[in-house]
Design a protein. Structure first.
Length: 404
């Protein structure tokens, strides 16, 4: 503990004692001794810099330079995340590695770790150390990159902070690699362990960048460019017989404007856009004929403790697999319409996607799609098929087919 800490805590203790006994003006002998010892320690360390946590800005949103061995490596400060005060740092080095992310396991958190520790960083990797695998969740493109990054110092800092850690994220960008460290703290005076974790994460990133093994090549091999996305979506449109339309780059994404051959006059827009180094987002909106008094209906993937609990009393469509996969809010008839292609709907749920019906039509949203051909192809085909079957059923084509 620093001299400042000794002096600070000694004077605070004296103030508390005086507040409890307002008639006693004098500080007792024990307090005087502690203050004298703290002052002597402060005198001996006079001229030395303050511990770094006391140099951090007190207010969220402001930042200071983070230095390691006298070298500026990035910045750090306080921020507010979901209403909690957090320490946040960002440092970078030259060289490229795959993205990866470390989070503490929170077994009872409503928003499950699998959703928050995003699949775009790769598969969940196990270290083989039971205590560590129970404490943290790390996603990476390979087990080797995960174990290289988990240096002994980083592991020690992670285990000390435990659930106070929000995340440690490695992300390649423009020929460099950055590591972002986020930790819940009470304020800047309490940020010393978080700063130590940021330093350990920076050193671990340097180790990962400098370790031979083809990490950079692996990262590039799993990325899809927008031209790749454009070609894949265009191929889907050209090979699916019941679709017409065109596909083009729009802004920072790819858009497909589609039209069904039956029922006619039904149009849709599918948009794929990048949200991270190895991650895409897919959104889909298609025309749909709905009754005038149709009730807006939404189907969310039933993941996490809270949603599974809500799923015990939500609307049911009578199909066990679909009722387990989705938390349904709205009209059961509209929900069945959204699930007109059960296989496609289950594929969307499996990718963490949602379905919705409202006055604007039929919607699919998949917030996180790994940037690889198979995952993207699955999401695109499932979105188109779900819309087509819902459009056919709402227009009476499905009933006619069943009758014939």
């Amino acid at each position: 503990m620093s001299a400042f800490d000794d002096l600070y805590h000694a004077t605070r203790a004296a103030k508390r004692a005086q507040a409890m006994n307002p008639d006693e003006v004098a500080i007792n002998v024990a307090d005087l001794r502690r203050i004298a010892a703290a002052l002597e320690k402060a005198r001996q360390t006079e001229g030395e810099p303050l511990p770094e946590q006391y140099v951090l800005p007190d207010y969220p949103g402001q930042s200071a330079t983070l230095r390691i061995d006298g070298v500026d490596v990035g910045s750090h400060g306080l921020t507010i995340i979901d209403g909690d005060t957090c320490y946040q740092s960002a440092t970078g080095v030259d060289g490229v590695t795959p993205a990866l992310q470390v989070r503490p396991r929170r077994w009872l958190r409503p928003a499950d770790d699998e959703g928050r520790c995003q699949a775009s960083y790769g598969d969940v990797q196990r270290t083989g150390v039971k205590e560590l695998d129970r404490a943290i969740l790390i996603r990476a493109v390979s087990r080797r990159s995960a174990t290289v990054f988990l240096t002994p110092e980083l592991v020690e800092r992670l285990m000390r902070l435990g659930s106070k850690v929000v995340s440690v994220t490695v992300r390649p960008e423009a020929g460099r690699t950055f590591v972002d460290t986020v930790v819940e703290v009470k304020g800047s005076p309490h940020a010393e362990p978080a700063i130590a974790l940021a330093r350990a994460a920076h050193a671990a990133m340097q180790t990962l960048v400098s370790t031979p093994g083809g990490f950079a090549e692996t990262a590039r091999a799993t990325e899809l460019s927008l031209d790749d996305v454009l070609a894949l979506v265009g191929r889907v449109k050209d090979t699916v017989s019941f679709l017409a339309g065109h596909v083009e780059r729009v802004g920072d994404g790819v858009e497909a404007r589609l039209e069904l051959d039956q029922p006619t006059g039904m149009h849709a827009v599918l948009r794929i856009e990048p949200t991270g180094p190895r991650e895409l987002r897919a959104t889909f909106r298609g025309d749909l004929t709905l009754p005038h008094a149709a009730r807006d209906t939404r189907l969310e993937p039933e993941v996490g403790f809270l949603k599974k609990a809500q799923g015990l009393v939500d609307t049911k469509v009578g199909e066990a697999a679909l009722d387990r996969a989705f938390l349904i809010e709205g009209d059961v008839g509209m929900a069945r319409l959204a699930l007109a292609d059960p296989s496609a709907a289950l594929r969307i749920a499996g990718r963490g996607g949602s379905l919705a019906l409202d006055g604007a039509g039929f919607h699919v949203r998949v917030p996180r799609v790994p940037a690889d051909n198979d995952a993207l192809l699955e999401v695109v085909l499932a979105s188109v098929s779900s819309w087509r079957e819902a459009a056919r059923e709402s227009a009476g084509f499905a009933d006619a087919a069943r009758e014939s």
